[in-house]
Design a protein around this ligand. Structure first.
Ligand code: NAD
Ligand code: TYD
Length: 379
């Protein structure tokens, strides 16, 4: 069968990538979706069981740093679009092992860009109808302050975006903001963003970059705050809250991110940057309390029975204080809005982890066990 488009999605076996692959495979039966993933500790084909038999889906196990392989895939699959999510994504790991982050996030992105350029420039129509879509993070902008603009203690309500939301400061990350990454993870993502834009400015490659806030939802690797803590509450293990839990993160349900990616892939303006976020800021300690309440309620335990699991531990090195995305541009230009209220999304998410203990046990076996023990110095 001839497909209308042949699209590589990198990192499709990871958390966000699996939701993007699922959305594209189901919504566009006339597109061929090629999931290119190395299957690191964070990649798991079990995340895609429900689409693996679809005729428009193909999995290729490959490292994006393997330039020869990327060149050969571009040609053999006649690729006209790339949605690039493959990355090392965990800040704590980047603090321990920055080389791996530079290798995958910087050199891997460059390898993919060069492979795309070689192939597309060899075609008669060159870059016509082609797109390199790079998925990045709000962490490249650095950290925002927690401020008290009018003598009112944060959080306070704002209408900065036109819609009502809770904020911990008067400034937000906008697309014009200067990059100021602090962690090796965000430095590597910032560097890859620059390479993508350089390929547009230098070679005329059609690119688009999006910077999204913290995602949550099913299939997130349980080293990240929400799945880690749900699993620990369930198993009555300590909840390691960094510092005093005062840091603020802006949470978006992963399927809303995938919907934004779909919209921007099809309708976004070339060479533009779009910020994606749900205007949904939470102080870590408040979020942890909601998680405890939700898990305890769903497991039929008495309310807040597990509050004493909260354990304040040494703060993360260089811990960014506050992230808050202004996604007004995306709302205004393309009409995107988050579909879920946080309470609804969080309930769905917690329920999913409690109902999918096999998935959790499976991904937390082997290598991850050693990492976790070492990280939290547990026996
Ligand atoms: P993840 O760690 O869950 O998944 C990453 C995937 O990339 C895994 O399947 C892994 O096997 C694959 N991968 C890693 N190195 C590879 C390589 N060298 N070659 C091929 N595949 C490789 O990450 P995620 O949370 O789903 O994040 C996906 C993307 O979205 C990343 O680029 C990340 O920077 C970005 N992002 C994440 C968030 C978030 O909250 N998770 C927020 C904004 C942006
Ligand atoms: P995380 O999920 O690692 O995402 P990111 O660092 O990309 O924002 O962490 C979210 C917040 O939770 C961050 O402020 C660090 C904090 N955190 C803890 O307090 N304890 C933990 O065990 C983890 C993993 C994170």
């Amino acid at each position: 069968m001839e497909f209308k488009r042949n699209i590589i999605i990198t990192g499709g076996a990871g958390f966000i990538g699996s939701h993007v692959v699922r959305l594209f495979v189901r919504k566009y039966p006339d597109y061929r979706i090629i999931n290119v993933d190395k299957l690191t500790y964070a990649g798991n084909l079990a995340n895609l069981r429900d689409v693996e038999g679809c005729p428009n889906y193909k999995f290729v196990k490959a490292d994006i740093c393997d330039f020869a392989m990327m060149c050969s895939l571009m040609a053999s699959e006649n690729v006209d679009g790339i949605i690039h999510l493959a990355a090392e994504s965990h800040v704590d790991r980047s603090i321990r092992d920055p080389f791996t982050f530079a290798r995958t996030n910087v050199m891997g992105t460059l390898s993919l860009l060069e492979a795309a350029r070689n192939h597309w420039e060899s075609l008669p129509g060159k870059y016509d109808g082609k797109l390199f879509y790079h998925i990045s993070t709000d962490e490249v902008y650095g950290a925002l302050e927690i401020t008290d603009p009018e003598g009112v203690a944060p959080p306070y309500s704002t209408k900065a975006s036109g819609s009502h939301h809770v904020a911990y400061g008067s400034r937000f990350f906008t697309e014009e903001m200067k990059y100021s990454p602090h962690s090796p993870y965000s430095a590597s993502k910032a560097s890859s963003d620059h390479f993508v834009r350089a390929f547009h400015d230098t070679y005329g490659m059609p690119v688009v970059v999006t910077n999204c806030s913290n995602n949550y939802g099913p299939y997130q690797f349980p080293e990240k705050l929400i799945p880690l803590f749900v699993n620990n509450i369930r198993n009555r293990r300590p909840l390691p809250v960094y510092g005093r839990g005062e840091n603020v993160r802006d949470w978006l349900y992963v399927e809303d991110h995938a919907r934004a990616i779909d919209l921007i892939f099809h309708k976004g303006r070339i060479a533009e940057t779009y910020n994606i976020g749900g205007f949904n800021e939470w102080k870590n300690i408040d979020l942890v309390r909601v998680l405890i309440r939700t898990v305890d309620r769903l497991l039929g335990r008495s309310e807040d029975e597990d509050s004493d699991l909260i354990t304040f531990v040494e703060d993360r090195k260089g811990h960014d204080l506050r992230y808050a995305i202004d996604s007004t541009k995306l709302q205004r230009e393309l009409g995107w809005e988050p579909s879920l209220q946080f309470e609804e999304g969080l309930l769905k998410t917690v329920r999913w982890y409690l109902d999918n203990q096999d998935w959790l046990d499976n991904v937390t076996s082997g290598e991850y066990q050693n990492y976790y023990r070492e990280m939290y110095r547990q026996p």
